[in-house]
Design a protein around this ligand. Structure first.
Ligand code: NAP
Ligand code: ZN
Length: 346
């Protein structure tokens, strides 16, 4: 067993405390990772506040993990000590079902094991990346390309793959008109990927405040959703709308901006259910969809794509004692565009 310092919360909305937990003894196919940076995803907040229900406390959030391999199990083949690696939203799956076999481990029929706030297949709670060390099966570890700093690489492990995956799945390519709703941690990466894939990219943000940065990230157009005229001006415009907003939206209003056969894909995950009228779908044969992170092979592909296209999040690095404050700022949409915890400050 290996002791490690972590940031944990005792219960919903409790402040973060520095505590110590034990990571499991290395199994033959495990790697021990010294975590250097850990991103703060809005899902960490939904989870730590128990907004989605079923929270397992004490909780150590964090599924945007970047670090260096510091020990390996006897049968590890892919990694050696010193390798720069990442871990995303999940750390185990059955490996045998049709979804695991095709690289969609996140939809494993036995149930994927999340990096934190899950019980593993032995019934032990999983603890995430707000931690100095983590032990993970090598199959659930990815390699971070040399050109990406570990600090900017960390948010790619969730925010990166969560936006890259649906853009690929829905064939974003030159000529496609794509809108990204919400330009936060996920959204600002989605803009960069959609642009790199050749699409015509529109950002739909609450205010005009982020316009200049949206253009820098590769947006072609930018509109404020606080202005009702946006929805009439953009009626029937998009092939794909990717919704990255953490709160409920007027779904009918967003569907009205899709062309015939267009798709609204939700990755934003508000706790309360959304409502919409089926007529918003029927009258233009539109689609309403959702997407959960991305598989391991796809996560590696996204990292390599990011390195190749010079895509990286814009981050603000914080100390371990600033996480509560960072959560408050994310909730106020006052983050440009991802907080990353420097784990050496534990
Ligand atoms: P974030 O950094 O807080 O970004 C969310 C953005 O949504 C904000 O920056 C803001 O952008 C917009 N927004 C916030 N509140 C709003 C409101 N009331 N009305 C309209 N727009 C609002 O969060 P994130 O880390 O990107 O995560 C976004 C959501 O995705 C969360 O719900 C998270 O749990 C979910 N998520 C899902 C997956 C998945 O696999 N499906 C993976 C990761 C995260 P503007 O200022 O531009 O309007
Ligand atoms: Zn996340």
């Amino acid at each position: 067993m290996c002791k490690t310092h972590v940031l944990s919360v005792k219960g919903p909305k409790a402040p973060f405390e520095k505590t110590i937990i034990e990571r499991r003894e290395l199994r033959a196919n495990d790697v021990l990772i010294d975590i250097k940076f850990s991103g703060i995803c809005h899902s960490d907040i939904h989870s730590a506040f128990d907004e989605w229900g079923g929270g397992i406390f004490p909780m150590v959030p964090g599924h945007e993990i970047a670090g260096v391999v510091s020990a390996i199990g006897t049968e590890v083949k892919r990694y050696k000590v010193g390798d720069r690696v990442g871990v995303g939203c999940f750390v185990d799956s059955c490996g045998e079902c049709e979804y695991c076999l095709r690289g969609d481990e996140q939809y494993c029929t036995k149930g994927v094991i999340n990096t934190y706030n899950s019980l593993d297949y032995d019934g032990n709670p999983t603890y995430g990346g707000y931690s100095q060390k983590i032990v993970v099966k090598e199959e659930f570890v990815v390699r971070i390309p040399e050109v990406l700093g570990l600090d900017v690489a960390s948010p790619l492990l969730c925010a990166g793959v969560t936006t890259y995956s649906p853009l690929k799945k829905w064939n974003v390519s030159p000529g496609k008109k794509v809108a990204i709703v919400g330009m936060g941690g996920l959204g600002h990466l989605a803009v960069q990927y959609a642009h790199a894939m050749g699409a015509d990219v529109t950002v739909l943000s609450q205010s005009m405040n982020k316009k200049d940065e949206a253009i820098e990230f590769g947006a072609d157009y930018y509109f404020a959703t606080s202005d009702p005229a946006t929805f009439t001006e953009l009626a029937n415009s998009f092939d794909l709308i990717l919704n990255t907003v953490s709160a409920n939206l007027n779904v009918d209003a967003y569907l009205s901006m899709l062309r015939v056969d267009g798709t609204l894909v939700n990755v934003g995950a508000p706790a309360e259910p959304d409502q919409f009228s089926v007529f918003s779908l029927i009258m233009s044969r539109r689609n309403l969809a959702g997407s959960l992170v991305g598989g391991i092979r796809e996560t590696q592909e996204m990292l390599d794509f990011s390195a190749q296209h010079g895509i990286a999040p814009k981050i603000e690095v914080i100390r371990a004692d600033q996480v509560d404050e960072a959560y408050e700022r994310v909730l106020r949409s006052d983050v440009r565009y991802r907080f990353v915890i420097d784990m050496s400050t534990m």
